[in-house]
Design a protein around this ligand. Structure first.
Ligand SMILES: Nc1ncnc2c1ncn2[C@@H]1O[C@H](COP(=O)(O)OP(=O)(O)OP(=O)(O)O)[C@@H](O)[C@H]1O
Length: 576
């Protein structure tokens, strides 16, 4: 319980401290103020109850009509307060959700945490996208609803309890085994006793709800992820006639949702078996409790109804925990999932690369006693000592699975598994993977990425497209581009990625099978254009076949020991 409160408090601080969070806090106070005004209306309605029923008892028609008019006035004010507070609550929710989402996004993107958290088995963190999109929303929705209710209820409770105290002046007198017992103001004591008992039972029955709710969110996200994954690979699935397999997967994931849902529903039912009758009796029991006083002639009929109304208000406010238990369980579940995510992202962002990365003393890329491991801890074959001087051209080769791509990631600063030392060259390093990434957006956005569209001038973009052999793309309008993008071949996508690399003007460019989908002639043209456009850059090509178009390259076979060579021993490898 204390841990859950701590998590909720930490996340609330992020909501208030983020952009627009303070204005949100102001909204919170305003809604709280409206809630208090609502309590005053409630107090007035308690007094109205006595006046109205007393008028009825006295058959005072004018008095009753006046009370009816007052009633409509009170209801009009109450409805206005409710509408204003509902509107402000929505404004508050979007502000705090914005602040919390920003905090989650910052943590996910900082230090490339999103990359380190890509594999659930490494961190036990599932579906980060769902935590950012869904859990932030659920947390803020429940926090604002329950937080406001709690704050208003605390104030309302003192008000209603004071009224109940002033009205319940009569004691309850009875005899137990010949001893007469008298409980003064028993109506006041009955309320908290009644609610404390009910809260205890509610907590006992509802305890499993939080875990079930966390599980439900996870399973829903897993199902959505499977659907999304198929959408990303529609072509491969269609060509492989993979529908039955996908269907089986969807079926299994949905069945898992349904299983947990049934457990949730059963638990809700068990809880409801208690809370529902409780909710209904809360409204009646006060009358029964005050009846002895009425029958003994200590209170009028109006007084009985007034006490009933005050008692009902006290019990309803005290019962906040009982009525909100389901929502509180969801709030605690969302807080637990979000806190886990934030913590995992912060840990993942900690700069702890292995092999250790150091800046190079002379601008060369050097590997010293580098051994890479998989995230699971399997050691790959040790890599040779290497020193790649700046300005050269290198072809890195080794059998499949040897660790070439992992090495490229280690040089880029992404790898955290292994030993040894990598000396990172100066300047800007761009690594192009085999699978090109086309961000969402128009052609300018795709080419300028990661810079914002418009950061590079159109001439440069057009020239880059020409250099990679895709000049026709520049002539397309928005509709043409959106159709062309869907049909881009693997080779064309790789060309686009190369155009982007070219525009970034790197000092070191690592092509990790980045031309694997191009035919030899196409690869020759594109790489020759790339070399001509970046004459001073160091090119490292990771490929199984000799790259075309780059002239003589230094071949480095990573599966063979390569002696560390002196700078002077390297021939001038730059192609003309
Ligand atoms: N995230 C990961 N989780 C588990 N194993 C991994 C991960 N990344 C790489 N590996 C393993 O590490 C080994 C080296 O992988 P890597 O992709 O670096 O090889 P490669 O030499 O580039 O292979 P290829 O020529 O087939 O592209 C492989 O056995 C691979 O399965």
């Amino acid at each position: 319980m204390r841990a859950a409160l701590g998590r909720i408090a930490r996340l609330t601080r992020l909501c208030v401290g983020g952009p627009g969070g303070r204005i949100g806090a102001l909204y919170f106070l305003m809604i709280f103020g409206l809630g208090l005004a609502g309590v005053q209306i409630g107090v007035r309605l308690i007094a109205w109850t006595a006046d109205f029923y007393n008028a009825l008892q006295k058959l005072d028609v004018d008095g009753a009509l006046r009370q009816i008019a007052i009633f409509f006035g009170l209801i009009a004010v109450s409805a206005s307060l409710h509408l204003a507070s509902t509107y402000l609550r929505k404004m508050l929710q979007i502000r705090w959700r914005h602040a919390l989402t920003e905090a989650a996004l910052d943590r996910w993107l900082a230090g490339k945490a999103f990359w380190h958290l890509r594999d659930r088995t490494d961190h036990g963190l599932d579906n980060p996208d769902q935590r950012i999109a869904e859990d932030c929303r659920i947390f803020v929705d429940k926090l604002t609803a329950e937080g406001l209710e709690l704050a208003t209820n605390i104030v309302a409770l003192t008000t209603y309890a004071a009224i109940l105290w002033s009205l319940s002046t009569f004691p309850l007198a009875f005899a137990v085994m010949g001893v007469s017992v008298e409980i003064p103001r028993y109506m006041v004591w009955a309320a908290p006793l009644y609610v404390a008992l009910a809260s205890g039972v509610t907590h006992l029955l509802g305890r499993p709800l939080k875990a079930l709710s966390v599980e439900q969110q996870r399973r829903e996200a897993d199902f959505r992820f499977a659907l999304m994954r198929m959408r990303e690979h529609v072509e491969a699935v269609a060509l492989a006639d993979g529908e039955p397999a996908e269907r089986r997967l969807f079926g299994a994931r949905f069945a898992s949702i349904a299983r947990n849902w049934r457990s949730l529903a059963k638990r809700d039912l068990v809880l409801g078996l208690f809370t529902r009758p409780y909710f209904q009796t809360v409204l009646r029991i006060p009358l029964f409790l005050a009846l002895p006083a009425y029958l003994a002639g200590r209170v009028s009929f109006g007084g009985l109804m007034q006490i009933g109304s005050a008692f009902q208000n006290v019990v309803t406010t005290l019962s906040w925990f009982v009525f909100s238990y389901r929502d509180l369980a969801e709030l605690a579940a969302a807080a637990s999932r979000l806190s886990h995510f934030m913590q995992a992202a912060e840990n993942a962002a900690a700069p702890a690369t292995r092999p250790a990365l150091h800046p190079s003393a002379d601008g060369a890329l050097a590997l010293k006693q580098v051994v890479l491991e998989t995230p699971g801890g399997r050691r790959l074959q040790a890599l040779p000592e290497l020193r790649l001087a700046a300005g050269g051209g290198y072809w890195l080769s080794a059998p499949s699975g040897h660790g070439k791509s992992s090495l490229a990631k280690a040089v880029a600063g992404l790898w955290r598994h292994g030993d040894g030392r990598i000396e990172r060259p100066w300047g800007r390093i761009v690594v192009l993977p085999q699978q090109p990434y086309l961000p969402l957006g128009d052609l300018r956005t795709v080419l300028s990425y990661p810079l914002p569209p418009g950061a590079l001038d159109d001439d440069a973009l057009r020239r880059a497209l020409e250099q990679v052999g895709l000049p026709a793309l520049w002539t397309l309008d928005a509709a043409g581009w959106s159709e062309a993008r869907r049909g881009l071949s693997g080779g064309e996508r790789q060309r686009l990625a190369l155009a982007r690399a070219l525009l970034q003007k790197p000092d070191w460019l690592v092509l990790d099978e980045a031309t694997s989908a191009l035919d030899r002639a196409g690869e020759g043209q594109v790489l020759a254009a790339l070399r001509a456009a970046l004459p001073l850059a160091t090119l490292i090509v990771i490929a199984h076949r000799e790259p075309a178009g780059l002239g003589p390259l230094e071949l480095i076979e990573l599966d063979r020991a390569v002696p560390v060579r002196d700078d002077a021993a390297f021939p001038a490898l730059r192609s003309a």
